[in-house]
Write a protein that binds this ligand. Sequence first.
Ligand code: FES
Length: 111
Amino acid sequence: MSIRVNFIDPQGHTVEADGEVGENLLRLGQAKGLPLEGTCEGQMACSTCHVIVDPEWFGKLPGASDEEEDMLDFAAGVKRTSRLSCQIELTQELDGLTVTVPAEAHDMQRM
Ligand code: FES
């Protein structure tokens, strides 16, 4: 069974993506052409994979590690429900997950 994720792109358009359990949220978004750079490829050494999780879904995600919290401090346009998409693995419970890709995500000049 596939897991449906709704990505809201920086222009406000919804992009629906179907992933599999165990798939990485960053990879799924990239495969759908969302502007998620993910420069460090999941090593938590950048913050270009930053997404803002819909508040309704935020509580359903496993908590962020200290390293992730630290890295998020450097992300542009951080909100209370921000996460690094490279740290999120799809599970059955996340079917319907909605995340927004912030406009600043790929534009380090505006930090
Ligand atoms: Fe660099 Fe997620 S890809 S922190």
